[in-house]
Design a protein around this ligand. Structure first.
Ligand code: SF4
Length: 345
């Protein structure tokens, strides 16, 4: 087992990517990077990491930032619950821990948005505690290395691979060990084209010897994807528009969008949904498809020119030129960038 760790750490020293959070043992930096890299490619997360560290050099700065400002900075990174949890945790660290991350796995894992993976990463990298990380990359490498077909999304699989990862860890170098294993998963043992010839584990990897790395890892469930149809009403008097905050538990919670109807796109906009005596004209502005991990969203945008705009208690009346100050879903940004109405500023 010691040999496993020596091999991967040696490889990592020579081949690991030079990333800013890897030069730091500061738990604030490690935590930020780990939250940002969940479900996100490193090249995409890197820019956001740099923006956040610049805007909020310490956890106190992040804790003191307004909600909308944090969401705005997160805009485009997706999985917005991460940003809400990040902000909530920053406040807890600032207020309850005097700005210092607890050096204790059981306390770290209680923080909002921090599960076993993130807690293990912070504990091992920032504090040198021997907790093995298991993310998608680690599942793939270990299931191939052991040629084990236990489904990685079953509770038996989760337990098994966590146990294996924990047995393999070098307790003197847990941070480097964990990062090395994840890096091999990201750079060498990739999902579709594992580069076994360059892999430091190729001597003892069972899937490689059986010549079937692609048979691993095994999953038991397919992700269920739901189709949704959103008809957006961009209500305007020519200069101003109405927007609203998405405060329900749904996609894009905490971001802003336009009033909308959840209706099949093939249905024309029913007249009953726009106040006829107030409407001068309606123009269709285009249709967009937006893919999320669990939802495919089909959206149709209607520009509705009104004689006057009256926001209800959930809406804000803002100048159309001010839309950029609000955190928006990527779908709306794509629409706004394509729209002559918004371009005419
Ligand atoms: S030898 Fe191939 S299959 Fe095995 S861990 Fe390395 S890259 Fe993955």
């Amino acid at each position: 087992m010691a040999e496993f760790s020596t091999l991967i750490r040696h490889w990592y020293r020579l081949n690991g990517r030079d990333l800013p959070w890897r030069k730091s043992k500061n738990p604030y930096h490690i935590w930020l990077s780990e939250i940002m890299l969940q479900q996100t490619r490193v090249d995409q997360g890197l820019n956001y990491y740099l923006k956040f560290v610049k805007a909020y050099p310490t956890v106190f700065d992040l804790a003191a930032a307004p909600d909308d400002e944090v969401m705005n900075l997160w805009q485009g990174l997706g999985y917005y619950s991460r940003a809400r949890n990040l902000h909530a945790t920053a406040k807890i660290i600032a207020e309850d821990y005097e700005g210092l991350f607890p050096a204790d796995f059981n306390k770290i894992i209680k923080l909002k948005g921090v599960g076993d993976y993130t807690a293990s990463a912070i504990a091992s990298i920032a504090f040198g505690l021997p907790h093995a990380v298991v993310d998608g990359n680690v599942y793939r490498v270990l299931s191939r290395y052991m040629a084990d077909k236990t489904p990685i999304d079953s509770s038996a699989g989760k337990k098994l691979f966590k146990t294996i990862a924990q047995e393999l860890i070098d307790i003197d170098h847990p941070g480097d060990h964990n990062q090395a294993l994840m890096e091999i998963g990201a750079l060498v043992c990739s999902p579709k084209k594992p580069n076994c010839a360059e892999c430091p584990l190729n001597n003892s990897c069972l899937a490689h010897h059986q010549n079937e790395p692609l048979a691993y890892p095994v999953k038991e469930k397919k992700t269920k994807v739901r189709d949704r149809h959103l008809q957006y009403l961009v209500l305007t008097d020519g200069e101003n528009i109405l927007i609203k905050k998405r405060d329900k538990k749904d996609v894009w919670q905490g971001l802003y969008d336009f009033p909308l109807l959840e209706k099949e796109l093939k249905e024309e906009l029913p007249k009953s949904h726009v106040p006829q005596d107030n409407v001068e004209w309606i123009r269709e502005e285009g249709q967009f498809k937006h893919i999320l991990s669990h939802q495919h969203i089909y959206a149709r945008f209607w520009l509705v020119k009104c004689r006057m705009l009256k926001p209800d208690e959930n809406q804000l009346l803002i100048p159309k030129s001010g839309i950029e100050e609000y955190p928006l879903p990527q779908l709306l940004i794509r629409y706004i960038e394509s729209s002559q109405f918004f371009e005419a500023e």
